[in-house]
Design a protein around this ligand. Structure first.
Ligand code: TYD
Length: 136
């Protein structure tokens, strides 16, 4: 899928003097059913995550606290997002190289995913990814 199909999706925000509330419904606010949730936290300063692509997995990345940068790359073009609010996220379609860095202290990155964990769905070699998308 092309890079233009990935990007920011704003989520519903129920503002309330007692505290705001945001929710996500798979297949409604995001274009896939949610079968897994995982999160990154206690990320040390200067660390980076990601640096791989998924063959078939759809994901939605939300910054629950703090901030970090997400770079998406389809082998031809790149898009960078600075995430620092929990009422929107970035939809990441399959076959997209992703790189996360610039985590603030206390940052929490939550990812909603369309499938359970499967190492067979990963492409961790950059050269293999570029060949698979026809960019090398
Ligand atoms: P990985 O996806 O490579 O981390 P990141 O891209 O954020 O740097 O996952 C790191 C390790 O955690 C890897 O050995 C597999 C394991 N893991 C699971 O067991 N289940 C999961 O749902 C995820 C996302 C990772």
């Amino acid at each position: 899928m092309p890079l233009k199909d990935c990007g920011i999706i704003e989520l519903p925000k129920v503002t309330d003097p007692r505290g705001n509330l945001t929710f996500v419904e798979g297949g409604n606010h995001i274009p896939f059913d949610i079968r897994r949730v995982y999160y990154l936290y206690d990320v040390p300063g200067g660390a980076d995550r990601g640096e791989h692509a998924h063959k078939a997995l759809h994901q939605f990345v939300i910054c629950m606290s703090g901030s970090f940068d997400l770079l998406l790359d389809d082998g031809f073009d790149k898009k960078q997002f600075h995430l620092n609010r929990s009422y929107y996220g970035v939809y990441v379609c399959p076959m997209m190289w992703r790189y996360l860095d610039n985590f603030s202290s206390g940052a929490v990155c939550m990812v909603l995913a369309s499938e359970p964990y499967s190492e067979a769905d990963y492409i961790r070699d950059r050269g293999e990814f570029l060949r698979a998308v026809g960019a090398a």
